[in-house]
Write a protein that binds this ligand. Structure first.
Ligand code: HDD
Length: 710
């Protein structure tokens, strides 16, 4: 694989003109004045007071005082990267967009991943939805696909977004808890807003604690439209499929990773790109013909519903590669502004009421976050095509629009900028026929809140189901109010009775037979409540295997991190055989020694230590290998943290391989009784170990792993 991709694209070139490099340059003020001392303020005498005259001090301090901008109201914590999108095949029968018809294009993209609830400095492994926002710098203008790593959303109408966010964010009286949904206000809201239950069960699944940002799917969520050159519309759902498959950590790991390396995901993305392991996703589309709008048992405009791939297959049409880290976090990752309203000819909106509200919210929020209607002029937000219009002035105007006129129509400016003809690629909205009453209500077709959470749960593998039960038990266990937990138990029972019983047991409660009405209070006061009760579930599909992570890809160990536990005297021949084979497959091999610096193998060669055992934890690795070497193993046995390291690796169902005396170390751990496990390898060839790492985890081990006291 290529190491670093320095290839240019139009956006990279555009950004270059704004980059600044201080290498070999003299320090100046912002006015270009050369600075001789940036360490001492101007004083009245050596020990005297500082003078107001000190413009150097004032410039430096004033800038510092204003360095922060408001963090995003949601999705504050994020990481981003540059890359490009390539189309495999034209879909001109559906869309006239250049990006969907021209297979010779490499469209530059900037992608920002995020958690939702936590603040900017919150840990990466919170149980949360992940944002997956893609900015396509196309030749027809910028298109933003602002999605998540789950295919549905919590609410059906944008009107409820502030309620949802206020409920999940830290409670307003005490600002607790940070980056966590496990608290009363969230479950008070969820238990009274049954439309949330589908996204909620996804959030209780392993999808909410990804192994890597590079190992999660992305979804546009809403049903959008594709418009072809005949002006015909097809409904579309967008999917991003990661080349590395969809993989997650366990909750116990997530909690520990947050302590060991709260930048785990951010670091992983950065390191992978720096190492030349460029993350890749394929873009897929689900197409529904205009005339099939009403053929489903759910409403295509309801963002709490997905179209199972088993009903409408996902057609793969292209690939996105992320190949460059940002130069500056603030300038790019923090200042990038995504707006679902940024679309291009060939793509259009539907009447999904959540999408419609988003079209307002994102522009509005950038005004307070970035402080000016000129936020589109910030380098990362600039389109790669020229822009001309009569919008003028405002804070931080960066352009210098020339001429006497700033209105249309005009004669003094030669009628410019003139309006684009359709043949020149102008945008026009899909001419949807509308004949309606103005009405504030929720469509009855949005009422079924239980069929899809139940389908999701039915479709999971047993180990995934166990994780969901554990997550509900944990989250509700953190709630203080019994009536909220009981409401939740009753609602979970509508999804699956066994699941609810399991959670109730963990909470020490009983699943109630009824709960006080109305069930869904997230509707207008005069709405007919009966219509919003959990209706009879519709079983339009027994199972949708595509929803389970057990059906993902398990064919690669690229970028997997393997801890090698070793000290002075470790066996070089054991080590080198494993190292070579693992690195050939793209894994990263790291030596974890009792101390930093270097260690010597039994062939008396010096080896760089990647981390001392005191500075690292097993949860930061995917698997463990222990080479032989009597002296090395005796030293490792002296350090109890190695025992913890191995026990935890076993607890988290990861692969472990040992050679020769390495087995003695294994025998001092919990694993000694379980060496016949499918992902434990004692004196075996490396191939089995590699396959076990590619399988991600040995989930069959879960019942035994649960007993590890670590
Ligand atoms: Fe949102 C940010 C995704 C519903 C209002 N949202 C934001 C980001 C993502 C999403 C990925 C971060 C973008 C970035 O990295 O800068 N949001 C979604 C998805 C939704 C959704 C997939 C439903 C399908 N959002 C939604 C609604 C509203 C908002 C219904 C308001 C009515 N979202 C915002 C926001 C944010 C935002 C307050 C905060 C920062 C920003 O926009 O730029 O306007």
């Amino acid at each position: 694989m290529a190491k670093k991709d320095n290839s240019q694209n139009k956006k990279t070139e555009d950004l270059k003109q704004f980059e600044k490099d201080a290498k070999n340059k003299v320090m100046t003020t912002n006015q270009g004045l050369k600075v001789n001392d940036t360490n001492n303020s101007l004083k009245a005498g050596e020990r005297g007071s500082t003078l107001l005259e000190d413009f150097l001090l004032r410039e430096k301090i004033t800038h510092f005082d204003h360095e922060r901008i408001p963090e995003r109201i949601v999705h504050a914590r994020g990481s981003a990267a540059h890359g490009y999108f390539e189309l495999y095949k034209s879909i001109e029968k559906y869309s006239k967009a250049g990006i969907f018809t021209d297979t010779n294009r490499k469209t530059p993209v900037f992608v920002r991943f995020s958690t939702v609830a936590g603040s900017k400095g919150s840990p990466d492994l919170a149980r949360d939805v992940r944002g997956f926002a893609v900015k396509f710098y196309t030749q027809e203008g910028t298109w933003d696909l602002v999605g998540n790593n789950m295919p549905i959303f919590f609410i059906q109408d944008a009107m409820k977004f502030p309620d949802l966010v206020h409920a999940v964010k830290p409670e307003p009286n005490k600002e607790i808890p940070q980056a966590a949904s496990a608290h009363d206000t969230f479950y008070d809201f969820v238990s009274r807003t049954t439309e949330t239950l589908h996204n909620h069960i996804w959030a209780m699944s392993d999808r909410a604690i990804p192994r890597s940002l590079r190992m999660m799917e992305g979804f546009g969520i809403h049903t959008f439209r594709l418009i072809n050159s005949e002006g015909e519309s097809h409904f579309v759902k967008f999917h991003w499929k990661p080349k590395l498959g969809v993989h997650s950590v366990t909750w116990d790991e997530a909690v520990k990773i947050n302590g060991a390396d709260s930048d785990f995901h951010r670091r992983d993305l950065w390191d992978a790109i720096e190492a030349g392991h460029f993350p890749e996703w394929e873009l897929g589309i689900q197409i529904v013909a205009q005339e099939d709008e009403h053929k489903f048992d759910f409403d295509l405009l309801d963002p709490t519903k997905l179209i199972p791939e088993e009903l409408v297959p996902v057609e793969i049409i292209g690939k996105m590669t992320l190949n460059r880290n940002p130069e500056n976090f603030f300038a790019e990752t923090e200042q990038v502004a995504f707006l679902p309203g940024h679309i291009i000819p060939g793509i259009d909106f539907t009447n999904d009421p959540l999408l419609q509200g988003r079209l307002f919210s994102y522009r509005d929020t950038q005004l307070s976050r970035l402080g000016s209607p000129n936020f589109h002029q910030i380098p990362i937000n600039r389109p790669i095509v020229e822009t001309h219009n009569n919008q003028r002035d405002g804070q931080m105007q960066m352009d210098i629009p020339k001429g006497q006129t700033a209105y249309f129509p005009n004669s003094l400016g030669g009628g410019c900028p003139h309006m684009a003809k359709m043949a020149e690629g102008a945008f026009n909205s899909y001419e949807e026929r509308i004949d309606a009453k103005k009405i504030r209500t929720r469509s009855e077709s949005f009422n079924d809140h239980f069929s899809q959470p139940a389908l999701f749960y039915r479709s999971l593998a047993d180990w995934e189901k166990q994780h969901v039960a554990d997550a509900y038990t944990f989250e509700l266990g953190k709630c203080k109010h019994k009536h909220i937990k009981e409401r939740m138990l009753w609602l979970i029972a509508q999804i699956n009775k066994d699941l609810s019983q399991q959670v109730a047991k963990g909470l020490g409660l009983k699943v109630p037979n009824t709960i006080e009405q109305p069930i869904n209070q997230a509707i207008g006061a005069d709405a007919e409540v009966e219509k919003h009760q959990p209706p009879k579930q519709k079983n339009y599909l027994d199972k949708a295997p595509s929803l389970s992570q057990s059906t993902t890809k398990f064919d690669s160990i690229v970028t997997r991190k393997i801890a090698v536990l070793a000290s002075d005297g470790f066996s070089m021949s054991d080590f080198i055989a494993y190292k070579k084979a693992l690195e050939k497959e793209g894994a990263m091999v790291k030596i974890i020694a009792p101390h930093g610096g270097t260690i010597r193998c039994d062939e008396n060669m010096e080896h760089e230590v990647d981390a001392s055992i005191m500075t690292t934890e097993s949860v930061l690795f995917d698997a463990v290998y222990i080479p032989g070497g009597k002296k090395s193993i005796e030293m490792l046995k002296e350090e109890p943290k190695y025992i913890k390291f191995i026990n935890e690796t076993f607890k988290h169902c990861k692969a472990i391989a040992v050679d020769n005396e390495g087995e003695d170390l294994l025998d001092t751990t919990f694993v000694s009784k379980y060496k016949n496990d499918n992902a434990i390898f004692v004196n075996e060839k490396v191939n089995g170990f590699i396959n076990a790492i590619a399988k991600h985890r040995n989930w069959d081990r879960m019942p035994i792993a649960a007993k590890v006291p670590a």
